[in-house]
Design a binder for this molecule. Structure first.
Ligand code: ZN
Length: 466
């Protein structure tokens, strides 16, 4: 919001008005104290206990197990439903012709596959057993087990990638998480502290990491993309656009991890591919099929021949994967493709997999924000800034644009925030008057504009609507 009146030192009247607002309605977005607290009972999280139990039983570092699960699924088992590549549970125990970690886990633990697929503690124990068997075969001794860097080869093998660059991408993803540290979004007890590690990459130390700009690993179609070609039996060679006009961009969600999806397109069992895949955390992109060729992504030959397929790392039922970094990077590619092939930048031509006639898939699903995405595709790409003024206390951050959404954090009085998009929501009266505008300051993180000085009374020009 624009500053309607000069901000003075907060006085008793303003304080009283704020208290009145808090007392009279559920509309206030202001919290009196720190709004972010660990959920009650976090210390007895069943998942945290399951990780500790599995780690102790199989003598595998607990943090390695948690990081592996976080990289694969953000520690969400999706009720036992399979990923695109046949992976199950929060540890993504897999059963496909090339990767058989589910079967190995069953043999090692004596647990039924159905239990390993659906029971979180069993799934974690199964993954621990598989990793330990790989470590044993690699010659790790009991004394080696506490050195997390020595488990790199076991992680590579668990991922099952055949391309060395993709294998390194897979394992580096897990080790990058261990270095940075993280907390699981759904379970504050599932926390891994950052640390220094020297991963023992073995022969993969000499393989350039995917997408780092080394000669031969980058796309020739789209500058920012790394190149990791799909298996030749997973797409059709063509000469587009001279033999088939490119009329559509089809938006997908991987139902799997970034490295896992790129690896899957290299697996002869997949019988599927997409041209590009984006990473959730930072919007990095890898190309698997040349744009002139026909990727098998839409489940409809006519649409496959006329489209470019773009995958986005994540699962349709979990909005936390759909980051601003990924939306913005993907929209930049779609905009580039639309300009290159003369595709209208509208929802008739930029479509979801679910909109392909005969589609059996539902991606990108209801959590994909088409309003935001299409504005980015059409060049409304600004990022606003604002200064939070509460007059004391912190401002609640909500998971959506309204006071009925869950509190997911707080921002301090005086903090500067980036505003990726703006939405209308609950009307709130705050430091800068009354407003129904909410500012998205991160993935699924919103604050009321009534407490934010943006320089504008309404929407900020060139910042997209959410
Ligand atoms: Zn799809």
């Amino acid at each position: 919001m624009r500053l309607r009146f000069p901000l003075r030192r907060p006085n008793r009247l303003v304080g009283a008005m704020l208290i009145l607002t808090l007392g009279l309605s559920a509309q206030s977005a202001l919290a009196a104290g720190p709004a972010l607290a660990a959920p009650a009972g976090a210390a007895v999280s069943p998942l945290n206990t399951a990780f500790a139990t599995a780690a102790a039983r199989y003598d595998v570092p607990r943090d390695l197990l948690v990081a592996l699960g976080y990289a694969e699924t953000r520690l969400d088992g999706h009720g036992g439903a399979p990923s695109a590549s046949g992976g199950y549970g929060l540890m993504h125990l897999t059963s496909n012709p090339a990767v058989r970690t589910l079967d190995e886990a069953s043999a090692l633990t004596g647990l039924e596959r159905a239990v390993l697929r659906t029971d979180a503690a069993a799934n974690i124990a199964g993954a621990a057993a598989v990793l330990r068997s790989y470590a044993d075969r690699a010659g790790l001794t009991a004394a080696d087990h506490t050195d997390i860097g020595l488990w790199y080869g076991a992680i590579v093998r668990y991922g099952g990638a055949t391309d060395p660059a993709v294998a390194r991408l897979y394992a580096d993803t897990v080790y990058d998480l261990l270095v940075a540290g993280f907390t699981a979004p759904a379970d504050a007890a599932l926390k891994v502290a950052g640390r220094r590690i020297t991963p023992d990459r073995g022969a993969l130390a000499r393989v350039p990491a995917l997408g780092t700009g080394d000669v031969g690993t980058m796309s020739t179609d789209y500058g920012p993309a790394a190149w990791a070609p799909a298996y030749s039996g997973n797409y059709t060679v063509a000469n587009r656009p001279s033999d088939y006009r490119v009329n559509y961009v089809v938006i997908h969600v991987t139902q799997g991890s970034y490295a896992g999806s790129i690896s899957w397109f290299q697996n002869p069992a997949a019988k599927a591919s997409a041209h590009y895949t984006f990473r959730s955390s930072d919007g990095a992109v890898t190309q698997s099929v040349r744009e002139k060729d026909i990727a098998w992504h839409a489940g409809n030959w006519t649409y496959n021949t006329q489209s470019i397929g773009i995958e986005h790392e994540g699962y349709v039922d979990d909005p936390s994967w759909f980051t601003d970094a990924m939306y913005r990077a993907s929209a930049a590619l779609t905009r580039n493709l639309a300009n290159k092939y003369g595709i209208p930048k509208d929802r008739t031509h930029i479509i979801g997999h679910i909109e392909v006639p005969g589609a059996t898939h539902t991606d990108p699903g209801p959590n994909w924000n088409w309003t935001y995405y299409m504005q980015l595709v059409n060049g409304v790409t600004g990022i606003g800034t604002g200064t939070v003024k509460t007059g004391g206390g912190t401002l609640n951050v909500r998971s959506g644009p309204g006071t009925s959404y869950a509190i997911v954090g707080s921002v301090a009085d005086g903090a500067t925030v980036s505003i990726y998009c703006q939405a209308t929501g609950t009307t709130v009266t705050g430091t800068y008057g009354t407003s129904n505008i909410w500012n998205r300051i991160g993935t699924n993180r919103y604050i009321s504009d009534a407490y934010v000085l943006t320089g504008y009374d309404g929407f900020i020009p060139n910042v997209p609507r959410c």
